[in-house]
Design a protein around this ligand. Sequence first.
Ligand SMILES: [Zn+2]
Length: 66
Amino acid sequence: MTRRYICPACRQRRGVDIDFGYPTPELFDLAERGEAVIGGCVLPLIGEPERQCLACGHRWAIRRRR
Ligand SMILES: [Zn+2]
């Protein structure tokens, strides 16, 4: 199941990873129900938002260790 994260904007646990790469039929299904976000086939640049809140639409970047 998709992991949920706390949205920094509205504090609801409705944040999901934006799915990059070629979307699967399952992902299209989830996106249609508002349960996933399709990011497209282009991978995000560093600092680009990688999560989106399904409640308020806020997007934010994950702080990653490299
Ligand atoms: Zn939110």
